[in-house]
Design a protein around this ligand. Structure first.
Ligand SMILES: [Zn+2]
Ligand SMILES: [Zn+2]
Length: 167
């Protein structure tokens, strides 16, 4: 049984019944493939409410976890708090192709949680909104040395002139 599967045998076909669960799910595989990911081994904290409704089980969840990323400007390593909500109906019978289903008196929350988490991850994570990034000349982090300037280009032109003169 996957860590994301939750038994609902006490709720099925009993509209009006409800239960609340708190689950800590350890990720076997990372979530997200972009600039920010929730790595394998990280814990997904899930506050889950399950309601039995006419045509299935309505799952409402709050997810808390931590994503790892590199700042897209200065490349500093970041930890990002992940806080997302989701709500999905797990139906007894398939009406549309992408419906979630109650199967064997269980629901599998992996896809619903993955979708919510991945959507919440930033495409271009930044360590702070006013991150100055890296110097395009030397790659130094601008926040650490904001005043520095480069003479290198001019210097090399001069030295080329110098070498012409010597010849
Ligand atoms: Zn940064
Ligand atoms: Zn520089």
């Amino acid at each position: 049984m996957s860590a994301f599967e939750v038994p609902v045998n006490d709720l099925t076909r009993r509209p009006g019944q409800m239960k609340e669960l708190e689950l800590d799910i350890e990720l076997a595989d990372p979530m997200g493939q972009g600039a920010a990911t929730v790595p394998a081994g990280e814990i997904i904290e899930l506050n889950l409410r399950l309601e039995s409704v006419h045509d299935g089980i309505l799952a409402t969840g709050e997810v808390d976890s931590t994503a790892m990323a590199d700042c897209s400007r200065c490349l500093e390593h970041l930890k990002l708090a992940v806080e997302v909500d989701f709500q999905e109906l797990f139906a007894y019978s398939l009406e549309q192709e992408d419906d979630f289903l109650v199967q064997d008196e269980k629901i599998d929350l992996e896809q619903a949680i993955t979708d919510a988490v991945v959507l919440s991850l930033p495409f271009k994570p930044v360590c702070s909104e006013d991150c100055l990034g890296l110097c395009s000349e030397c790659g130094v982090k601008m926040a650490e040395d904001p005043e520095h300037v480069h003479q290198a280009q001019n210097d090399s032109r001069w030295s080329e002139l110098e070498s012409f003169r010597k010849e």
